[in-house]
Design a protein around this ligand. Sequence first.
Ligand code: FE2
Ligand code: FE2
Length: 290
Amino acid sequence: MATTIEKFQEQGGRLKTDDIDFERFRTEPLDPKVLRCIAYMHDIEYHTVMYTRELLLTPAWKDPQFTSFLTLWNYEEYWHGQALGRILAMHDMPAHDERLKAMRVYKKRMLTVSPVIFWAIGHGVRQFPAVHMTWGAINEWTANAAYNRLAQIADHPVLTELLGRIMRQEGRHAAFYGNWARDLLADSTRAQKVTSWFLRHQWAPVGSDDVPEIETAFACAFLFGEGEGIELINRVDERVKALPGLSGLTLVGPAIREQTKFVLAHEGPNALAYERPLAAAVAEDFHHTH
Ligand SMILES: [Fe+2]
Ligand SMILES: [Fe+2]
């Protein structure tokens, strides 16, 4: 059954960061490849308001449960972006508005027309709520996996604590979208068919249309291209398959493999090479042999 907004709002709100020691990144900086992923995540988190803008143009605005969810979801994602921006700033990298302004110029034309497209699809495709709920669930499951994997790879105590807090909120987002999607799909085989069509033909990892293609590809490949990352993504695909009528769909794993090829072709064979901090490497080997 769908999560009610009363339940959703219980543990939500602004990400707690007042006790996070951001200064520690000055003395113990993160690896440039980890930072490249954080920059991508920063952009996507902050971009949630643009997704909200699109979703509000579909007839889903009629349901106050959905508009309440969008309000809280958007607010929580904003603080994820803000926290990640603070990490970038600690490494003297551009963050917050500086990156967002560039992003909006970069995709200005698409951002200008996308509300019209969403209005048209939203009003033309009666089953569209099932599509965007399922889509949202996939992106939130993937976000959760991405933070999990990034914390594991970077093995930095401050980052691990912060990402753990973000992950808990992503888990709530995923549950909300996933439960709602499950209900809509269970109610209608037409919704299953339409959702399956949209996912097969239109879905791509989040960010594909919002930041340069290579940045989305890099984050996907770096986080999920090997080792435990592959297992995490397989689990996302299993969750998608478990939704009513979507058992034939294997979506995320193949997309990651394509992204990995793309990165290696554009940035060379060492593009994804990364020397993990020793503690993380030992923990992962332990996990694999036990
Ligand atoms: Fe988030
Ligand atoms: Fe989220």
